[in-house]
Structures are given as C-alpha cells and as structure tokens.
Ligand binder design. Sequence first.
Ligand code: NI
Length: 161
Amino acid sequence: MALLRILTLEQDEEALRKKSRPLEVVNQRTRTLLDDLYETMQEANGVGLAAPQVGVLRRVVVIDVGEGRIDLVNPEIIATDGEQEDREGCLSVPEECGIVKRPMTVTVKALDKNGKPFTLTGEGLLARALCHEIDHLDGVIYVDKASRMLTPEEMEELEEE
Ligand code: NI
C-alpha cells in the first residue's frame, strides 16, 4: 500500500473540477487503488476519499464513517429520502468546515472490489459521506453547496470539542 498526495482546492482546483470516468473492469489495479485510497484517508483522519482527490479521474471511492470500510466502484445514487443539515469538511479543503443540506437517507448502487454489484443504504453521516464522495466524481466540492462556511472562531471551538 502507498500513501498518496491529496490534492487541495487551493492548489489543484482544475484537477478536482474534472469529471471522473467509470471503470470498465475491476481488477488488481482497482484493488490497489482502493487500498491506497483507504490508507491515505485513514492517515489523514478522513471518513471518505474519492480517486480524483489523489489525481486519478476514475469513479472509485472509499468510505469509513466508523462502521467499517466501504469500497465503491462506479457508485450511483438511486434513491434519497428526508433531509439533514450539518457540518461538513473535506480533505481537499483543509482546516475548513461548512454547513450543508443533504438527504437523511441515501441508497447507492455500485460494484465492490471484486466487480460484484451491490446496493447500500446509508443514514445520517453515512448518507452525507456517500453524497459528498459521489459529488467529487463529478467535480463538485461541498463548498459549492454549503449555505455558509464556519467562522475561524467556530472552527476553534470545534477543535476544542
Ligand atoms: Ni471531500
């Protein structure tokens, strides 16, 4: 496994704004990418990471909101329900947080690391992470959707929590 450099909105906006392409085959290279994404995400204390955030324009995502690792290849949101408004951050936008409205429940279909189709329904933080990471695949960053960003004072309070 390898740690990858995470692109930032400040330095790499052009790359982060590109649309990622679906994978046609899921193979050992895909599994290595998923492992590297996961390791990189964990090292950075994130709950999700999308391949374009490390400069790979492919529709590949890893998520772990504390309930175990989820690998998603070519994920698509097929259903949403309800609404939640809460804080959101991104490894590509370090030291910032914004308030973003997301669905409360999200159902996604994707391929797993062996290329097998599955569907997954997430609520709360997992639903938020699914939306956030899938947005990355289309070059969308949460700051585009935030109703407001947290102030430096609010960020300080968060760090003390
Ligand atoms: Ni992000």
